[in-house]
Design a protein around this ligand. Sequence first.
Ligand code: UD1
Length: 464
Amino acid sequence: MNPVSLRSRGFFVTAGPTGGKIAMEYQDKEYYKIEGGVCLSGRVRVSGAKNAVLPMLAAVTLTRAECIIHHVPSLRDVQVMTQILRLLGVKVEMVEAGLNGGLTLVTQADSLTTHVIKDNLSRQMRSSIFLMGPLLGRLGEVRIAYPGGCAIGPRPIDLHLRGLAAMGARITEKHGYILAQAARLHGADIHLDFPSVGATENLIMAAATAEGVTTLRNVAKEPEIVDLQNFLSGMGVRIRGAGTDTIRVEGVGRLGGTEHTVIPDRIEAGTFMASAAFSGGEVRVENVVPEHVESISAKLREAGVTVQEGRNWISVKGPRKLKAVDVKTLPYPGFPTDMLPQMMAIMTTADGSSIITETIFEQRFSQAEELRRMGANIRIEGRTAVVKGVPGLTGAEVEASDLRSGAALVLAGLVAEGTSCVEGVYHIDRGYENLEGKLRGLGAAITREKMQGAANRLDSGQLD
Ligand code: UD1
């Protein structure tokens, strides 16, 4: 087995003494056991947005002052980011904020001790790349290994690097590391080839302490970018335009602290909306910004779902049978790529055939093969999947290979006849806070189980 496939199966792969790779730890010891066929009903509260909090945790390194972030979801990605911050010398305190409140994080980066981000951590999480912009601004230097993340195809970082170079950074790439250096970044006029979410966020943070004005064009418009703008404004950055395709940032020499509450996670909200629609139940999703999930609501309505919304809630009532609809992912406000796997899952038993097209990432269909094991009829052609509705799914043992495909398999397990086991729960833990607990609150029969006889540690061996 090669290191890539090992990693996707939950092993940590690190360099061995002879330069080979040794599988150090078998993490993937838990799975979800689901008894399908329950019609979900009740209320569920959405946690803070993973994709909003991760760049904020990088932004705290821009200032020596204290930052307080409320409504932080308790997720594996947040833990990894916190670990990286601590290794950089940032003080991070985590306080349980009580029922439904997530965590409150108090950070202080008054004395950073290194510009090097440990590779075993950066490889675990693509979001470590967010630290490049802020650390360059703060320390004038940053070294990071090529970041990891979900196994959803090649994810280059050329837009991040080109933007930083335009702001005066010298970038050296060798032995799998990127070293970026700049005595002081300067403002620049930057046009992104593609509205990359991460590049937009990284460059905004780099511009925050750069000398002069940075204008970023063709930027991503996701709500998480607006949330980052609000966070940075609180620190004293002069920034405007988030939510439109042009953002202007005027660098400020010294930034202050801030206190901020993270926006609700629109993908978690969408996943619960999909679960209600799929199971033919009725669920009120609370702590959601309806505008942020507009494309999901519209698609569900088209599929015959009743969707009602209030100021910060959405109520979803599924029909007896969903109608097949076509879905194409696009940058916000288009249909989110992070909801494609869940949408594919709910189309497996719809009336008719749906064409699902992915335009953002190259590999977003890993759940298709597993759904087929549950009886789904899915044909993949390049970036398009044709899902032909079948009368019903049957429970099976399936394996998640990334975060959202994991969510899709859980949804399938909830409606399938009989028992399903979804392996690879650690992928789901990256981005869903207590998914099984929240689903149980809606009546689902789902439990987290330990794998019997799973090795804690593999015998050392050359894998390449
Ligand atoms: C973010 C989200 C992720 C979501 C994605 C798209 C976070 C932590 N993650 O990921 O959940 O699925 O947005 O909505 O916020 N690209 C390049 N060069 C670059 C950067 C990106 O070619 O330098 C390409 C990528 O390969 C991909 C596309 O642009 O095809 C979109 O990527 P991007 O918007 O950057 O996604 P992320 O920020 O990685």
